[in-house]
Each structure stands twice: as C-alpha cells, then as structure tokens.
Design a protein around this ligand. Structure first.
Ligand code: ZN
Length: 1080
C-alpha cells in the first residue's frame, strides 16, 4: 500500500485526520478532555494494539514499507513468530495500513475511562494510599504509615514484609494498564515512539505532563469537584504516596484508579467516556505569545546607590528587597508559534506553560538556543559575554494539546538529504529552477531534486506542496529509516534486572523493595515476542536464574569467579518475557526470603554488571541495577574514599574534588564496551552508606543511563518512589541504539556535546538508550562570519529504534536570524538556556577544580555579561545604577542560587555532590532553574486561598523572612520535596495535614496521607500536580524547625545570607561592584 504514495508523501492518515483541534487549551478545542486523557493512558501502555482491520487478524504488518525495513525474521532473536514484533505500536496504525478513521480508535486499546470511578477492590491499595472513601475515615494509622496491603493490613509494617500488592498492586486486569500516565505521559507506545502520525485529537505518545486532564481519581471525595475540574488523580485520590498522576500515573496508586470495567479487556470503549468538564492545565484563554520582538531595552534598574565607586558599599538596607528582580507568578498558558511572518519567534520561558505550534522551527521543547539571534562574528559573541549553545531534547514530551510529530516514509530511497553535508530535507532548504534543484541551508550546496520528489514552485517561490509535506513545513519530523540506517536488525526490547542481595541490602529492605517494584512493572514492559527479560542477584558472587519454561522452578546458576567473569547458559538467562512471566513473578517473590539469612557483606558489583552485560551482549538492551553497598570485591572493586574526602574538605578542600572523579579506569573501560553493544545501565542506589557514586556512575553516564539515589534508604517511605521511578523509566517515551548528530549552517560548528552518552567519533554521539527526559547540551563556535540578516540553522538528527523495533530518524530543525547588533543579542537572550548552560559547565568542572574556583567562574560569566550590556547597550549612564537586561534580569539570582547549591556547597557529602553532578548531566532545560531555585509554597493556608483556577498557589521567594513559625511550607526542586513545619503551627492545622495534634508526633519518615478535610485534599492535589509537572514522584522529606532537617530546609533559602554565601541583595551589590571595576 505504501506504494500508492509517492516517496516522501505523508502517510495517509496524517492527511486524513484533521488537524488537532485541540491547539487551544480549554474546552473549546478539546471538548472531551477525559477522552484525551483516557486515550493517553491507553497509549501509555506498552501493549500492542489490536490488529488492524484489514490487515488480517493477527498478522499485522500494517505497514508495508516498514516491513522491508525490519526484516521480520530477526535471526538474532530467533524470532518466534512470523513477526518479530508484536504489533506495531498504535502509532504505527496511522501508517498506511488501515483506514485512518478506524485506526485511531482501534489503535488504542480502549481503556476505560480511567478515573471514573469504581471502587477498586479492597485490598489493593497502594502503599501509602488510602482510598478516599476510606480516607474519610480519620484513619490512617497514626504513624501516618501507609496501609500496606489490604486495608486493615498491618499499618506501618515495614516494607519488606509487604507484598507487592502493597504498592498499588496491579488489578488483575490491569496491571497492564497503567495508570494514567502522568499525564499521559507515559507514552506509550511509546515509548519510543514519538508521537507520530495521526495527528488526531489524541496525541499519541506520551504526553507532556502538564497536560491536561488528569483523570479523576476513582475515589474522589467530593464528587462534584472531582468531576468538574480535572484534578490530578492523585489529587483527589486517596493516594498519598502514590499519587496518581502524572508520572504518577505510574504511581503505585495508580492501578487502582483504573476501574475494573466489566467485560472489556481493556476497559470501556472510549466512546463511553464521560466528558469531563475542564482541563486542568490550560483553563484560561491562551495568550498569544511572541507576536513581535521582545521589548527592547527594557531593563531593571536598581538604583539606590549601591556601591558607588570609591565609596563603601551601602548597606543592603538601602535597597528595597521588594524591588529587586524575582521570578514572576506563572502565567496563563500561551500558544506559541515557532515562526511568524517567516521569522523565528523567541520562545517563552522553558518553565512556563505553553502550547507550541510548529510553523517551521521545531518546538523549543526539542531544541533551544542560548540566544535567539546568532551573532555574526565571534568577536560580537565574546563582547556579549554570553555563551552560544543549544540544549537538545529530541524525545521531549510534547504538551498534549500539541500536534504530534508526523512520520514520513520516503520508501526505499530514504529521506531526501543534501549530498554534501548529509543534512536532511527541511523547511529551509530552498528549491530553485522550477523545483528541479534545491540549495542546502546548512552547507549551501546545490543538489538536483530526486525525480520522484519534484514539484513545481508557486508564485511565492515555495513548492506548491510545501504545506502538505511535514518535512517542508515543520521543524520536527520523523522519517522511517531504511536498511541503509541499520547495521543489523533493529534490536528487541531487552531488560535485565540485577539486584543486590548482600546482607545490608536484604536487612534494610532494599532487596524486597527492588523485587516488589520489578514485579509490578513487569506488566508495563512492551508485550510480544520481542520483549526479553533476565534477572540475576549478587553479593560476593553472582547468581543467575534460568527462566526457561520447561523448568519447574527457576534454577539458580552461581558464578563464583568475580575476577574473570563469565555468564552461564547465555541463551537461558535472557528469555522472551512471554515464556517466563510466571517464573519471573515467582522468583521475584521469593528472592527476599531466599537471601534472608545472608551474612555476606561484600558486593561484587562490577563483576555482576559485567556478567549481566555478557548475557545481553548479543541483543543490547537496558540493564537496571539495584545496588545498596560499596562494591568491595571482584573486578571494579572500590575502597571507601569518603573518610579521606572529609579530611580533605576540612583541610581546605585542596584535593576534595578528586573524590568526585572515578577511582580508576576499570569501570569506564567496561562502560565503553557496554555502549558499543547497545547496553544502557540505570543505577538505583538504595543505600545507607557511601557507595562512591563518582566511580560507579561512569557506567550510566557513558551508556545513556541514569542514576537514582535513595539516601538514606527508608523501607517505609522510599519504596513508592522506587516503584514509580522504575515504572516511569520503563514506560516513558524512549528509544534504543541511537546515534545523534547536530549540524549547523556554514560559519558555525559544534564545539562539544555534553550529557550521558558515549562518543567514539568527533561528530556523533552514541546513545544505547535515550528517553524523553534526557537533554544534551551542544556548545557552538564560529568558524566563519555570518551574514547580517541571513539565517543560521541547526539540525539535530537522532537515529534510533523504538521499543517496537522500528528504526526511525527524528529530525529537529531550528533556523535563527543572524545579527551584528549587540542589543539584539541581549534582547533575544534566553535565560533558561543560558542558565542551564552555566549549570552544566559548573557541574562538569566540579570534579577537576576547587569549588571556590568553580563558583568564581560562574559569577564572572554573569558579571561579564551584565557588564557588556551596561557598557554597550544600556541607555542610562549613572554609574550608581545596576542595570540589567530585561531578558536576563534574573541571572544574578540564579547564579547566586547556583553557588549555594548542593553541588557547590562545601558542607555536603561526597556522594550527594556526585549524585548532583550526575543529575545535572542530562538535565532538561525546564528543570534547571528549579534545581537551584526551588519552588516554595505555603501549605497551611491552602484552603483559604483561591488561586484562580490554578491548583498551585503562587510561589514564595526563597528567603526566611517569608517563613513563619506558625506555617507549613512545601519546597520542591524537581527531585526532592521538603515539607517544613514551624514550631508554632496550630494543632488544628497539624491534625488536618498529619492526623496528629503536635509537631513532635509527626513521623520523621514522612509518607503523604490524604485526610478527609479540604486542607489535606488541597495539599494532596498540590503535590500530585507538581509530580505531574515534573514527571517525578519526588522524594518527600519532613523538616521540622529546630532540628537538622529544619536546617536542611533553610539551606534552600538562597536569598538569605548563609555560610555558603551572601544574601541576594549583597550579591547584587557585589556584582555591581565588579561591573563598575570593569567600567573604570
Ligand atoms: Zn548540505
């Protein structure tokens, strides 16, 4: 069927499905938000869609074209069936196969309206969660412990004992159906999949968390409310810990939210979904953004003569703290068009709520530049003091109201490319000579248009078909890769779980928590014959398990030699999930007790990882390691360096940074080999001690993986987060065996890439895995002059394999104007991008320099930029004024916050700092500022405020002046959530929020609970909304005034003067003085 379409033609569905009407937030464009959400939930399931009509009931090769691309018989996988893949992900449906109209609905396993209630079977409550219904009961074990297991189960039982069900055990039917993805996020099918085609009203893939609607929790208390406004599931749900939403969807609680709809395997059909009333996100009419140039020289002036040259600095008291720049309240969602009038539009802040319309440039979610106009010369750039860099996040979650990226299949010839630089066809390539030739916007070369891609030009000089072809009118597009882009058949989805069973891991409950989490996510793995799994445990030796079906019991195979590692029975330890599901579940259940009596304190971590790698070597895949102690024996063993580190810190931190470097090259060498064989390693560190993250994190960083840190691990409060982190890790949109390259127009070239990847050749980076959360920073440099008024383009090409085995090339293109005018650079500066760039550079330098130097450099970059603006652009001449460019007026605040962050403070643990460095490495732009300047809100008065439809109240400046002893505050940075309780909070508020009348009675290992009162419900809503926005479950910690936890909280008050730095006002004075010194 594909042959009916000319090469390059958009897939039929993409054309037939009307453009999403839901560009507009709010009900008008999205009449049935719940439907959208439900749909997204469906998408989030890694489950092949039902067969497409017309394609034969079971044999789906819906897409002819791709079939060629993916040989069905994957030799290496011994493809069991004729098809090497389970059906195509829903996305695929949109492709040429079936009638579009049908495909959408059918494509999604219709799930039931999630959220619509229906009481979950009792007994399945997620850990820590109580159904609201129950919640109504004052309930909760006084300890605030989550109820584990069946209601009535032992409250507060230590986690280890809890059965998996404790975490929101999967409903019988559903475990497969995850909960609503956090926002739909989960992308389903996604996982890999980019949302592709079918721009139906239902975005396919994963959705951007903030998205929209969140399904109601089944147990919402106030029915009315619950239906009227989309609240996060969790919000209304009883879930405490496991909130439901967004990523939460994943949250343990989640499964419960899914009503067990009778009969239908996947729940009720979409059509039956009751419309919901509102959309949580965008409720107000959107504002158009970026219609014109930003206000030019607007600047913030801080006048009170601070720091006149020659005079002593005026005390901060002369400055009105209320006049200094602070982050504004979040605004209503806006619609942002990437280009208007054939000009690039500067994007809205990365942290704001916006809906991007790709009108030629890619959405800023996928790529943004530190400056939205490109300086023509290197001199101009250096004069500005700013950096030129891109942050690229090729699989970023779109907003649910955004049009999905379209998939284009050029057939056997593959996508049209420049024959010189190999750049991909994009909206900025210029067709000439009646369309017979085209000029590459990257290298300037003129190519012949392939015969079958020819099209006449219209009077405006554009191809007449430009608006119908996504690759000619969209900044983001995805091409079906041909064989040319494969060195082997696309790899299957292989997951190997490696669990620490050393004495400490077992005794702290970490082993049980890992087994429980894995057991629950098994159902979220992609279904079908192409999904492989394996499992092993380790202490001082390594224990593999033969999962072959023929065996009655999983057979343990011990590998005693941890110096020269091998893998037993390679073909029996990584097997198709469909053949071992029961064995696997049984095994996971029994592992904790199997090693209960273990007295082995040692860990052969390095050897175990190596052995697991050997088992996966032929396929590649994801290796998830659950580790609790310092690797002490076998290959890659480490010694405890922390004591040494402390000594050095106190001795003036001369060499402290060396503790942040890997101890030796052993693990690095191993990691490079893993990357070569497409094995990505994620580390879940559940520990009570130092584990030398600096050394072991080399493995995830080199293989496109991630480090998760649960320190000090709590068997009570951490398991829900561990489960949610693992689930999101598996269900989020992602791809395997990827290669990425950024190309730039002539005059600019890539200087360096930074992030989690392996680099073998200068131009490309290898990513054994990449997902929607991972960003890569790309620094740029001039190699020639650019022409004023011309445009300079950047194109990122990501070649990857979806979890369903499709090879794709995702192309994102951004074309920006070049300028010779310094003012234009300041006017178009992108604060978020500049800051994430500074953050990553500082983070990257911590292991090789003294902290004081790293701080100093960050401050200098800030001062140089502001000086340049002051000297060359500001119109005010009084030297007593600190003048800041409007676009960068918050830069000093964020730089100050950076110098006080966990990574740059001298008082932190070495492992905390190492983890911070690892967290920053792949960090996306929207999460950069919250990391150093967290969001703080007051909780005690939540029920007294009307936030105009927003779940979240306005944030409070991070200054202790704003903290009252009678108040309760919540602060979150995207990873941690700290709940601070003053020492004079009324017992009424305490009772409402914590179920106890005094601060002393609040359990320090905090688990969020839902009580039957408006304040508690609002607070749950807030936490769940934040989880959804951040795609992170957040590690909640309770902080009480007067004890160390309270000090921890106060250390985030970055506007205060503290041991780690000056107050915000003092810092402004300091920066101003630096600028004045330069001026003179
Ligand atoms: Zn070219």
């Amino acid at each position: 069927m594909a042959t009916h379409f000319p090469p390059g033609a958009p897939r039929p569905n993409t054309q037939q499905v009307p453009p999403p009407s839901n560009y507009f937030p709010g009900s008008q464009g999205n009449p049935n938000p719940n439907e959208l959400t439900d749909n997204m939930q469906n998408l989030s399931i890694n489950r092949p869609p039902p067969p497409m009509p017309g394609s034969g009931s079971r044999t789906p090769p819906p897409f002819a074209p791709s079939s060629q691309a993916f040989p069905l018989q994957g030799p290496s996988f011994g493809g069991p069936s004729t098809m090497s893949r389970p059906g195509p992900p829903p996305a695929a449906l949109a492709r040429p196969g079936g009638p579009p109209s049908v495909s959408q609905p059918t494509g999604f396993p219709s799930n039931s309206p999630l959220g619509r209630a229906i009481i979950p079977p009792v007994g399945q409550q997620p850990l820590g969660v109580r159904p609201a219904g129950l919640g109504a009961l004052p309930a909760a074990p006084s300890g605030g412990f989550p109820v584990s297991g069946p209601v009535g189960g032992k409250a507060g039982a230590p986690f280890p004992g809890a059965r998996p069900s404790a975490f929101g055990s999967p409903l019988p039917l559903g475990s497969g159906m995850p909960v609503p993805p956090p926002s739909g996020m989960l992308g389903g099918p996604v996982s890999s999949g980019p949302p592709m085609v079918g721009s139906g009203p239902f975005p396919r893939g994963p959705q951007y968390p903030p998205a929209v609607v969140t399904p109601q929790s089944p147990y919402s208390q106030p029915p009315a409310a619950s239906f009227s406004q989309a609240r996060p599931l969790s919000g209304s749900s009883p879930l405490t810990a496991p909130p439901g939403m967004a990523p939460p969807a994943t949250f343990p609680g989640a499964p419960h939210n899914r009503p067990a709809v009778s009969g239908l395997p996947y729940g009720a059909p979409l059509q039956q979904v009751a419309p919901a009333a509102g959309v949580s996100g965008p409720m107000q009419p959107p504002i158009r953004y970026g219609m014109g140039p930003l206000p030019n020289q607007s600047m913030t002036t801080i006048s009170p003569a601070m720091g006149q040259p020659g005079t002593s600095l005026p005390g901060p008291s002369k400055i009105d703290p209320n006049q200094i720049p602070r982050p504004g309240p979040s605004s209503r969602p806006i619609i942002y068009e990437t280009r208007q009038g054939n000009q690039a539009n500067s994007p809205p802040p990365a942290t704001s709520d916006y809906i991007a319309r790709d009108t030629g440039n890619c959405s800023p979610r996928y790529m943004r530049c530190t400056i939205n106009q490109i300086p023509c010369t290197v001199d101009l750039l250096s004069t500005s003091g700013m950096q030129l860099a891109l942050t690229v996040q090729p699989l970023a979650l779109p907003h649910p109201s955004e049009e999905p990226i379209q998939v284009v299949d050029f057939g056997e010839s593959g996508p049209v490319r420049c024959s010189r630089c190999k750049g991909y066809i994009n909206p900025f390539m210029k067709f000439i000579d009646q369309g017979r030739k085209f000029i590459c916007n990257l290298c300037g070369y003129t190519d012949e248009t392939p015969r079958d891609y020819h099209c006449n030009l219209g009077p405006d000089g554009r191809r007449r078909d430009a608006d119908e072809r996504p690759e000619l009118c969209r900044g983001s597009v995805e091409f079906v890769a041909t064989k040319e882009y494969m060195v082997r058949d696309p790899m299957p989805a292989a997951y190997f779980f490696l669990i620490d069973v050393s004495m400490n891991a077992v005794q702290t409950g970490a082993t049980a928590a890992a087994c429980n989490a894995i057991q629950q996510v098994i159902s979220d793995l992609p279904e079908g014959p192409r999904t492989f799994v394996g499992i092993a445990t380790f202490d001082s030796t390594i224990h593999f398990f033969n999962l072959k079906r023929a065996l009655q019991q999983p057979l343990m195979l011990i590998v005693p030699d941890v110096e020269d590692v091998y893998t037993p029975l390679e073909t029996d330890v990584v097997v198709p999930l469909s053949e071992c599901r029961q064995h696997l579940e049984l095994l996971l259940e029994s592992i904790p007790s199997m090693f209960q009596e273990s007295k082995t304190p040692d860990s052969a971590f390095g050897a175990a990882v190596k052995a697991a790698f050997l088992a996966m070597k032929s396929t590649g895949g994801k290796l998830m390691v659950f580790q609790s102690v310092l690797p002490s024996v076998g290959v890659g063993a480490l010694s405890s360096r922390e004591a040494e580190g402390r000594a050095n810190v106190s001795a003036g931190e001369k060499e402290a940074h060396k503790l942040l470097q890997p101890a030796d090259k052993t693990l690095r060498t191993m990691a490079v080999e893993f990357a070569e064989y497409q094995v990505c390693v994620d580390l879940f560190i559940t520990t009570q001690t130092y584990v030398d993250i600096a050394s072991i994190s080399v493995i995830p960083r080199t293989t496109g993986g991630q480090v998760y840190h649960y320190y000090p691990f709590s068997a009570l409060s951490d398991p829900p987060k561990l489960y949610n982190d693992l689930r999101w890790n598996i269900t989020r949109p992602q791809g395997f065996e990827a290669v990425m390259r950024v190309r730039c127009s002539q005059g600019i070239q890539v200087q360096e890439y930074s992030g989690n990847f392996c680099k073998r050749i200068p131009t490309d980076i290898d990513l054994p895995a990449i997902d929607c959360d991972k960003a890569i920073m790309v620094t740029l440099k001039h190699d020639d002059k650019l022409q004023d008024g011309a445009e300079c383009a950047f194109q990122c090409a990501l070649l990857y394999t979806t979890v369903y085995g499709e090879r794709r090339i995702r192309i994102t293109t951004l074309s920006l104007p070049c300028t010779n005018n310094l003012s234009n650079l300041f006017r178009s500066a992108d604060l978020d991008s500049q800051f994430v760039c500074m953050l990553k550079q500082a983070s990257g330098e911590i292991p090789s320099k003294a902290l004081s130097l790293v701080k100093e450099e960050a401050i200098n970059v800030c001062a140089n930029t502001l000086y340049s603006y002051r000297k060359f652009c500001a119109t005010v001449t009084s030297s007593g004024q600190l003048i800041l460019p409007e676009a960068l007026k918050l830069l000093p605040l964020y730089v100050l916050a950076l110098t006080k962050s966990v990574g740059l403070r001298t008082d932190g643990r070495i492992d905390d700092r190492s983890f911070w460095i690892n967290y920053v490495s792949p960090l996306s732009t929207p999460l950069a500022i919250p990391l150093v300047y967290p969001r703080m809100i007051s909780v005690h008065d939540l029920d007294a405020k009307d936030n105009e439809g927003s779940v979240l109240p306005p944030p409070i400046p991070l200054s202790s002046e704003h903290i009252s002893n009678e108040g309760v505050y919540f602060l979150e940075n995207g990873d941690d959530g700290l709940l601070y309780v003053g020492d004079s909070v009324s017992s009424d508020i305490l009772q409402k929020l914590f179920g106890v009348p005094s601060v002393a009675e609040i359990h320090s290992q905090y688990v969020l609970q839902l009580y039957d009162n408006p304040l508690s419900r609002k607070f749950n809503d807030v936490v769940n909304e934040i989880r959804r926005q951040r795609c992170s479950y957040l590690r909640l910690k309770l902080c009480k005034k007067g004890d160390p936890s309270g000090m921890l909280f106060l250390s985030y008050m970055v506007e205060d003067r503290t041991a780690s730095g000056p107050s915000y006002v003092e810092f402004l004075v300091q920066v101003h003085r630096q600028i004045q010194l330069k001026m003179n």
